[in-house]
Design a protein around this ligand. Structure first.
Ligand code: C2E
Ligand code: MG
Ligand code: MG
Length: 515
């Protein structure tokens, strides 16, 4: 269960790690391209503002100087002074001398009569009067900016306020906006009305309309704002360039991360890991196959057989996972789990039936586990059983190293456990291990029970067992004929589908009670 949850978690992680670096690199590419693009618009705005400030201070400077002129207004000397002030300043087109709002004379046209100025549109932060609507009455249809002190007005071409070329490789347009009245003071190109409305109402610094990016910079201290705009093509081109730079990085990191996580996942999904998890979470359970006294058909006990339930409801055969456990070093915890389960399942039942026994299959490497005798001893004592009620089934593999096995087996027998020789005759070891072996019972493998009428080895196995004073259990009895033959030949016990398959603990106890 834990592994499955871990696998889901890691799979999610896999998807995230595979997507994250790629998304991050796309984001980086986008960020970089936008930063460069917006940076260009901002620096252009700043330069426009610098120009506007420069023109404004030139006008203010002129007005200050004009107010100090101390000659008869509109006299020849006065006109000359005004002309001199205008000529020496690049951005000033014309200077007018005013009485109230009425121009009296001008640097360009002397004393020619002109229309009076309206009330000023606003006052600048430095206290100068500001007009915008005044048309030059030189006959040119051109809006002018006029800045006035008490007696003088300087006329400026608004375009000079924004007369700045962009540094970048692509054209940028700009409009200078008076914030108090949302007035376009100067614009390098016509602005679509809907864009203008959007620019006035947005609180953002940037917005896109069709394929054009608009950028607003506000200068509240000056009551001015700039709106710059340009085609998004350079942004798109740069984005592509940035992607070419960042995507390979992101892709490589994604691949690396995915590869690493896949490796972990593969390890987690390995049969060993799944088996380990099944042992830890006690998924593997025990079924019990009855062992019968052939003489009278009464129950003698049962063999404990491991079962691994699968999610589809089936059981994985122990032939597969027992050898997997043996090969991957998991047999020790697996056998311990089986032993604990046998006592948990059947401890009470064995206590109630002291004449019955359970046999447990033991692998060769279990003989080297010093914890196993202790475990058995504790459980036998806990349930107050006779040690003889627990038998150990050992296959030929357990006897390969007689020096080691003999003493361990002797130890188990001394504790009171019966030793069964399982699957007798199916291994390829020599019979020499039987010599001097301390065992109690021999299990005749089902291959020797299958076709008794043609099998002339079985009688010899029976004779051998009798010679060695070993009792016998015949495995895999499926027909009454097999049962009869075995009984006639002096085999004491039988086990097989003729009686029952291996059953879970409840079914087995119910079966036993019925018997
Ligand atoms: P085994 O100890 O010889 O167990 C007898 C096998 O024969 C069992 O197979 C049983 O289900 C099967 N069998 C019983 N009666 C009949 C029958 O009438 N006809 C047929 N065709 N088969 C019958 P199972 O449960 O698949 O176990 C296979 C082997 O796995 C066992 O052979 C045993 O060597 C091993 N095994 C099972 N449980 C454990 C365990 O807890 N620990 C260890 N170390 N090995 C185990
Ligand atoms: Mg067995
Ligand atoms: Mg067997």
């Amino acid at each position: 269960m834990r592994t499955r949850r871990l696998i889901v978690l890691i799979s999610v992680l896999l998807i995230i790690t595979a997507l994250l670096p790629v998304s991050l690199s796309v984001w980086m590419a986008h960020q970089n391209a936008t930063r460069v693009f917006t940076g260009e618009l901002e620096s252009f705005s700043a330069r426009v503002m610098l120009r506007t400030n420069m023109v404004a201070s030139q006008a203010e400077d002129a007005l200050q100087q004009l107010e100090t002129i101390n000659v008869t207004p509109c006299s020849r000397e006065h006109l000359l002074e005004m002309r001199r002030v205008a000529y020496s300043r690049r951005y000033i087109q014309e200077i007018l001398y005013l009485r109230g709002l009425q121009p009296v004379c001008s640097s360009l046209e002397g004393k020619k009569k002109r229309a009076a100025f309206p009330r000023p549109l606003t006052m600048t932060p430095k206290g100068y009067r500001f007009w915008y609507t005044a048309k030059s009455d030189l006959g040119i249809e051109h809006d002018m900016v006029a800045l006035g002190s008490t007696h003088y007005v300087v006329m400026i071409d608004p375009e000079s306020l924004i007369d700045v070329l962009p540094y970048g490789a692509w054209p940028i347009n700009v409009a200078l906006i008076g914030m108090k009245r949302n007035l376009i003071i100067a614009s390098s190109a016509p602005l679509a009305n809907n864009v203008w409305v959007q620019a006035m109402h947005t609180h953002q610094t940037q917005f896109q309309h069709h394929d054009i990016m608009y950028h607003i910079m506000r200068y509240p201290a000056l009551n001015l704002a700039t709106l710059t705009w340009t085609s998004t093509t350079p942004l798109d081109n740069d984005l592509q360039r940035q992607l070419l730079y960042w995507l390979p990085f992101g892709g490589a990191v994604s691949l690396l991360a995915a590869w690493l996580i896949l490796r972990i996942l593969r390890r987690l999904q390995s049969p060993r890991q799944r088996l380990l998890e099944a042992i830890r979470s006690r998924e593997i359970i025990v079924h019990y196959q009855p062992i019968i006294l052939l003489e009278n058909g009464r129950l003698a006990g049962a063999e404990a057989l491991a079962r691994w339930p699968q999610p589809d409801g089936t059981f994985l055969a122990p032939d597969i996972f027992i050898s997997l456990a043996e090969q991957t070093g998991l047999i020790t915890p697996l056998t311990e789990l089986i032993v604990e389960s046998v006592f948990a399942d059947m401890g009470q039942w064995l206590q109630q039936h002291p004449d019955l026994h359970i046999s447990i299959n033991i692998s060769a490497s279990d003989l080297g586990n010093p914890a196993l005798p202790t475990l058995l001893e504790q459980h036998v004592a806990h349930w107050q059983l006779d040690a003889g009620q627990i038998a150990l089934e050992l296959t030929e593999h357990c006897f390969v190293d007689p020096q080691m096995s003999a003493s361990v087996i002797a130890g188990y027998r001394k504790m009171g456990h019966a030793i069964y020789i399982d699957d007798f005759g199916t291994g390829f070891s020599s019979l020499s291990y039987l010599h001097g072996l301390e065992a109690d019972l021999l299990k005749i493998d089902k291959t020797f029970v299958e076709a008794l009428e043609y099998n002339n080895v079985t009688p010899h196995i029976i004779t051998l067992a009798k010679t060695l004073y070993l009792k016998m259990v015949a495995e895999g009895i499926e027909t009454p004929q097999q049962e009869a033959w075995l009984r006639e030949h002096g085999v004491e016990y039988g086990q097989g589908w003729l009686y029952s398959k291996a059953l879970d603990k409840h079914a087995f106890i119910a079966w036993a009670e019925r018997r």
